[in-house]
Design a protein around this ligand. Structure first.
Ligand code: ADP
Ligand code: MG
Length: 996
């Protein structure tokens, strides 16, 4: 220990280490005592610790003893071997002192920075064992499935010896297997698996389908890779939410709609010709007719070019508006529409066929538009006492399927009408390789991979006669940041955290503590060699590889992308040198190759992620040759990644060296400092073809990297800022959902809803301060029929005598007795299932839609800011996202009530089948190229929410028309002390809940 103390003396982290030292020293005496114990006695320690914890002894107090127990267990295993990911492996590790320090840091919930090869896998056993004693589960997070398996088997033996259970999550596992793994004291797995399991758990339809239990303590290995690189993109689960019949529907309806559009077009052209003549004549008594024509055309073809041109002339817009107001005042707008085949109301985002249009349809399709009024039909069936139960059920199902079919067809027709009327090829979209691609209306750029929502994209595909593609929708999403912030305690380890300490603290409240290496690092890090062009650089690299290979020294070449790896490999082939190329796709296979990268004469070319976490041991005679030599082919966006690459050499006091080869054409140079570098080279008098290695240049590059690091941090922070708003909402929805899933009965909640939604309706239509004559009883009865399937039959003479109370009692009584009847008929069991189904399916459906609306909002905000709207985008976003959320909660309440009234006996298998979302896809953009994204040469993404959003104003519009009107009742049900869903961080009662 003394030795260690002097070794670290002078580093800026020595204060931290000094603080930890006494605690690490406390382990020693325990170790000595434990050596004398029998196997049984050592094993009994686990139960003893558990008992002491149960008796309220603090976990921290157990640390020295528990660490000593783990260390002693390791000591006793030295020389034994067991199977680790298919390889018989001999155990040879007993914790070094600095590994004890690392263990303390992990237990404290911090990041322990320890160089590559320092044995972090072993370090984690200390705090994992200690924290697993609580029985609440410890998650150890690795960068890939292979490492999860390897570490669970490698370290697993130690835990099992001490009586802990060990699990590992692998990608292909079933739910049942996963659940078992999560029940273990220690669970290994990747960040993606943990995150996706969380999302899937919150989509489960039955409590028993959930797999995770809690978020107690997580240790993240290679923490920078996961919390920084991987955290650039969120985890997304998406699914195809429609069946293939939908496609047929668009194709089937296309000819009809195309014909309608053609006729409307010629009608519009006639109208425009007339209008243009009238405008030309400039006669006052023609004005009204002109205005009427303008109005008609704008309702029939709002984007008509001739119309837009004419409207630009003085007075035209005004005339149109005046005429429109006149028609509206007289409630005669329909007279305008009746001249058309179909019309659209931009304000209401509605589009509809007129009688004229309907008459154009084949007889078989005309009937389509007679969409049955569900509630009336259903209450008719319910009230028909002549029906047997069976007949009633059959009739009910008939009504539902008729309704569904017709509404879907009508929806398809309106989307096709939109496609034909409002979306023009090469303006709103282009066709490329048989695909419909959206054009960004502001920038004119094509937005690859984006689709209009709600069937509009399919409609355009049908219109263009190209393949109609399935629509997939985001079903659930979370950023890794927000997933890991759920843990009570979080810790991490990596060789490279220091440069990102600011971000770790800002985002995760994670401190970074740098632990000194066990043996001093003697690696030689050479100055960079800088060339003018990429070509020259590659040639120099090949020369270096040939030279080292001749000398028998192994070389590991790190690249930023698969492309560069392949280029170098091609060039190397010409020299006849044997080499391996890895690209981070087959983890286990690559681990084996990387592990042998230290053998004499080995040449290994790898992208950065390839083989991460695999130890590179030096082969025989390599020490004498100077150890492993690292060649960097480009500087990375972050200094951290460069350090990571260099760190592959010189582990545990091994000799080693590293050198980066750069060129002014490299992306980083070009983007951040190329000019300055060029002039430095000029000043230093560097000629074409010459190489330069100069500390001044290295400094300049470092400055450029710092700039990129900051910019990337800003982008991640920005993404997170936006996700934070969603996070509050997500937690809120998930909690409500979980309550519905977990409790044996949610009748109380549903009853609550039945009453509060009802009171909301009464408040809205029969306000306290109004006389009964002024109540809107018509609307009230209509809503009661829709939501509660209840017919409020009031005689005219009854009305004056009504009081709010008597009305309320009358309705409440009827509505609840209907519910009780239903329960009596179906039985309590079925009713409970039905209630649960109503709550879950309603929440899920709305949440899903909310996710896409929020995404549109997020993109739209960026555009609005771009168009100079006042206010900070994030503030507008927060406000509007909250309003949308609040509205959604109200709609959810109302629909749950409606569903429990409406649902017929079809439970439960069938319901679940309807719920199941086929072909769910979990996706998380990989961070394999730690450079500039997949293309290798693309610039870093622009800051701002538009980075990956979907500017899709029409999609929001097209949905707005179909959304049911919402009932306002004062406030959504947020518990007063819960955080306000607006994301302000304040309690609900102090924020949006305060306004009563
Ligand atoms: P890291 O994750 O820190 O890069 P690993 O956990 O992969 O390092 O360990 C690298 C290698 O270091 C191990 O395979 C083992 O050979 C060696 N090692 C680590 N700790 C010890 C120890 N206490 N005693 C002996 N060898 C150790
Ligand atoms: Mg490791």
């Amino acid at each position: 220990m003394k030795n260690l103390l002097t070794k670290i003396f002078g580093t800026k982290h020595d204060r931290e280490v000094k603080r930890l030292m006494p605690l690490a020293l406390e382990v020693k005496p325990h170790s000595a005592a434990l050596e004398k114990l029998s196997e049984e006695e050592l094993k009994a320690k686990t139960d003893e610790f558990r008992k002491r914890l149960a008796e309220d002894e603090p976990l921290d107090d157990l640390l020295p003893e528990a660490f000593a127990v783990v260390k002693e267990t390791c000591r006793r295993h030295v020389g034994q071997s067991w199977n680790v990911a298919g390889i018989q492996t001999e155990w040879n590790m007993v914790h070094f002192d600095c590994q004890l320090l690392g263990g303390i840091v992990l237990h404290e919930g911090k990041i322990s920075e320890m160089a590559t090869g320092e044995g972090k896998t072993l370090v984690a056993t200390l705090s994992t064992y200690l924290n697993a004693l609580t029985g609440k589960g410890v998650h150890v997070v690795t960068v890939n499935d292979y490492l999860a398996l390897r570490d669970s088997e490698w370290m697993g033996q130690i835990y099992k010896y001490l009586g802990l259970t060990v699990g590992v999550i692998q990608n292909q596992m079933t739910n049942a297997e996963r659940r078992e793994m999560y029940m273990c004291d220690v669970t290994f797995g990747t960040a993606n698996e943990f995150g996706f399991d969380y999302l899937r758990d919150n989509m489960a339809q039955r409590a028993e389908d959930r797999v995770q239990r809690n978020y107690h303590y997580a240790i993240i290995d290679e923490v920078d890779s996961i919390l920084i690189d991987e955290a650039r993109t969120p985890l997304i689960i998406s699914g195809v939410v429609e069946d293939s019949k939908v496609h047929d529907r668009y194709r089937e309806m296309r000819p009809t709609v195309s014909e309608l559009a053609r006729r409307q077009m010629s009608l519009i052209n006639e109208m425009m010709t007339k209008a243009e003549q009238l405008a030309e004549s400039q006669q006052a008594d023609n004005e009204f007719e002109l205005g009427t024509l303008l109005l008609a055309v704008s309702r029939g073809a709002p984007k008509n070019k001739r119309l837009l041109k004419l409207l630009k002339e003085t007075g035209m817009q005004k005339l149109k508006t005046e005429v429109e107001s006149a028609y509206m005042r007289d409630k005669k707008l329909h007279e305008i529409d009746d001249r058309l085949y179909y019309y659209m109301d931009e304000r209401e985002h509605a589009i509809a066929l007129t009688d004229l249009g309907n008459a154009q349809l084949p007889k078989s399709e005309q009937v389509l538009f007679e969409i049955p009024d569900l509630s009336t039909l259903l209450s008719e069936i319910d009230g028909d006492t002549t029906l047997s139960d069976q007949e009633r059920q059959k009739k009910t199902e008939g009504v539902y399927s008729l309704h569904a079919e017709r509404s879907e067809k009508v929806h398809a027709i309106s989307q096709l009408l939109r496609a034909f009327t409002l979306y023009e090829k090469d303006v709103e979209y282009v066709l490329e390789d048989g695909k419909v691609m959206i054009v960004d209306e502001f920038t004119g750029r094509i937005l690859p991979g984006r689709r209009y929502s709600d069937g509009l994209h399919q409609a355009i595909e049908a219109k263009e006669g190209v393949r109609i593609e399935a629509e997939s929708q985001t079903l659930a999403t979370i950023t890794l940041q927000n997933y890991f912030r759920m843990y009570e305690k979080l810790a991490g380890m990596t060789g490279t955290a220091e440069t990102e300490a600011g971000e770790f603290w800002d985002i995760y409240k994670l401190d970074v503590v740098v632990i000194p290496t066990n043996v001093p690092v003697i690696r030689d890090d050479f100055d960079d060699e800088i060339y003018r062009t990429r070509r020259e650089k590659y040639n120099a690299i090949i020369e270096e590889l040939v030279k080292k290979n001749k000398e028998g020294q192994p070389v590991l070449v790190g690249t930023v992308s698969v492309d560069v790896s392949e280029t170098l490999s091609r060039m190397l082939k010409r020299t006849g040198i044997n080499h391996n190329v890895l690209n981070a796709k087959q983890h286990q296979h690559e681990a084996a190759i990387v592990a042998s990268a230290g053998q004499p004469g080995a040449v290994t070319i790898a992208t950065n992620m390839a083989g991460r976490g695999t130890d590179i041991k030096l082969g025989p005679g390599v020490v004498e040759k100077g150890g492993l030599h690292i060649v960097g082919t480009e500087r990375h966006e972050a200094r951290r990644i460069d350090r990571q690459l260099r760190g592959r050499a010189g582990r545990q006091g091994d000799p080693g060296s590293s050198k980066f080869f750069l060129s002014i054409e490299d992306d980083l140079m070009r983007l951040f400092g190329g000019e300055r570098l060029g002039s430095i080279l000029d000043r230093l008098g560097v000629k074409e073809g010459e190489v330069i290695a100069h500390p001044m240049v290295t400094k300049a590059i470092e400055r450029a990297q710092k700039k990129v690091e900051l910019q990337n941090f800003a982008i991640r922070k920005h993404t997170l800022e936006y996700d934070d708003v969603m996070n509050v909402q997500r937690k809120w929805i998930y909690e409500r959902r979980l309550a519905a899933l977990d409790r044996p009965s949610i009748k109380d909640e549903v009853t609550e809803l039945i009453n509060s939604v009802l009171d909301g309706l009464i408040d809205q239509h029969c306000p306290e301060k109004e006389y009964p004559e002024n109540w809107n009883l018509t609307l009230l009865s209509e809503e009661l029929r829709t939501v509660y399937l209840f017919d409020l039959r009031l005689k005219v003479e009854e009305v004056p005598a009504l009081t709010r109370e008597s009305l309320r009692e009358k309705i409440h009584g009827a509505v609840s007795s209907f519910y009780n009847q239903k329960e009596a008929a179906y039985g309590a069991d079925i009713m409970r299932q039905l209630e649960r189904y109503a709550v879950l399916s309603t929440i899920d459906r709305h949440w899903r839609d909310h996710l896409s609306e929020i995404e549109e909002l997020r993109t739209g905000i960026g555009l609005r800011a771009y168009h100079g709207q006042i206010g900070k985008p994030i503030d507008i976003y927060k406000r509007e996202a909250f309003e949308m959320f609040e509205k959604m909660l109200q709609t959810i309440d109302r629909e749950i009530v409606n569903l429990v009234y409406k649902l017929q006996l079809k439970v439960p298998e069938q319901m679940r089948a309807q719920q199941r979302t086929p072909a769910m896809v979990a996706s998380h953009q990989e961070a394999t190229n730690l450079g500039y994204g997949a293309a290798g040469g693309a610039p870093p993404p622009p800051a701002g929410p538009t980075g990956e959003g979907e500017p899709n104003p029409m999609a929001a519009a097209s949905q707005a028309g179909t959304r049911a009107a919402t009932v306002r009742h004062a406030v959504p049900k947020v518990p007063p002390n819960a955080p306000c869903p607006c994301g302000s961080g304040k309690k609900y009662k102090k924020c949006h809940g305060a306004r009563g």
